[in-house]
Design a protein around this ligand. Structure first.
Ligand SMILES: Cc1cc2nc3c(=O)[nH]c(=O)nc-3n(C[C@H](O)[C@H](O)[C@H](O)COP(=O)(O)O)c2cc1C
Length: 333
């Protein structure tokens, strides 16, 4: 019998496959189906700082204060009635879902300043969430703010939330830090329990016919696993944080790769948005078949077997391989 159980930030999950933050968690019916199809845990869609503060009628203040770190005008913020749910309904959904299902429900807060939204972590904990994921989405366009200041902004948010709650905290972040390994170490010392790698940076496109900026959201593809795979493989065994992989899990293959690199869990959203919640079964079956064919009886046994430390005699991660790859490319032209 293949043992899929996995520990994520101290939570015992029956599977390493977790449903990441997305509109799939908007209904209780979906949440129950996600559990029925064997997910290890579910991350709720995010409650946004702007949404919380708009309910507190403080959105104007927020736009002013974030303008110092992210120049932006209020006209681009959705109006409060454009948001999916009120804060109360969000908390109520967590409460009902936590009572109804056995899998851990992870609340998600998404913000950038160290203002009033942070207090909602406590309400999410009280509502019954088993953990909280903080998505710190920040585009560092201010020419006068240094890398150190941006790092401190992230760390202060984690510290403030850590002070308020006892449940585990995962930080979902983008990879654009100049010393990524060091900021990871600092997150750990500020009280984070897990990392979710990586947030996809929103990248608008241009329509060259209409000269409009286009805002379409592209679902991920498997090629996008390379960067999180590299970092998970490099961090595994070197930090005490749990590691969650997000981006590009479209089949069991990507999940297997992330687990081999050292992920505690692999998260998926796009694959289920494309194929439906029952696609969790397909990914699980693929994982089980592969494990059986390779003689792995548990996820713990395979986790990290292809981490950077495990492969230290293999030159694949070094500068030498990089040079060899570039200079060895054989073009037919
Ligand atoms: C339609 C949609 C909505 C999303 N909403 C959120 C959100 O509210 N909060 C969040 O942290 N991530 C959100 N994400 C990002 C996903 O959680 C995930 O990190 C990303 O899609 C990469 O994983 P995937 O390749 O499995 O899609 C959303 C993604 C999609 C496609």
């Amino acid at each position: 019998m293949t043992n899929l159980s996995s520990n994520y930030m101290g939570l015992d999950l029956k599977s390493p496959l977790v449903v990441s933050s997305s509109p799939l968690s908007r209904s209780l019916d979906n949440i129950c189906r996600i559990e029925d199809h064997g997910a290890g845990a579910l991350v709720m869609f995010s409650l946004f700082e702007e949404q919380i503060l708009s309910e507190l009628s403080e959105v104007e203040n927020l736009v002013e204060s974030t303008a110092s770190i992210t120049p932006e005008t209020s006209e681009y913020f959705p109006q409060s009635n454009d948001y999916y749910v009120t804060v109360d309904r969000y908390l109520e959904l967590i409460r009902t879902a936590s009572e109804r299902v056995d899998m851990p429900i992870i609340g998600s807060l998404n913000g950038v300043t160290s203002q009033g939204w942070i207090e909602y972590a406590e309400l999410i904990e009280e509502a019954g969430a088993a953990a909280i994921e903080i998505n710190i989405y920040h585009f560092p366009m201010n020419l006068d703010i240094t890398g150190n200041e941006i790092e401190q902004l992230h760390l202060d948010i984690v510290a403030s939330i850590r002070e308020q709650i006892n449940i585990p905290i995962a930080v979902k972040l983008n990879p654009y830090f100049s010393a990524f390994a060091n900021i990871v170490k600092q997150f750990e010392s500020y009280g984070a329990n897990g990392l979710v790698l990586f947030n996809r940076l929103y990248q608008p496109d241009f329509d060259i016919e209409t000269l409009d900026v286009t805002y379409d959201l592209e679902l991920s593809n498997p090629h996008e696993i390379r960067l999180p795979l590299l970092w998970i493989s490099s961090l595994f065994g070197n930090v005490n944080l749990s590691l969650a992989a997000t981006t590009g899990i479209q089949s069991s293959n990507e999940l297997i790769k992330y687990l081999l690199a050292g992920a505690n869990v692999g998260m998926t959203a796009s694959s289920l948005l494309k194929h439906g919640i029952e696609y969790l079964d397909t990914i699980h079956n693929g994982l089980i078949n592969w494990m059986e064919s390779r003689g792995f009886s548990s996820v713990d046994e395979l986790r990290g077997t292809m981490s950077r430390d495990q492969l230290k005699d293999n030159p694949s991660f070094g500068r030498g391989s990089y040079i060899k790859m570039l200079t060895g490319y054989d073009s037919t032209y």
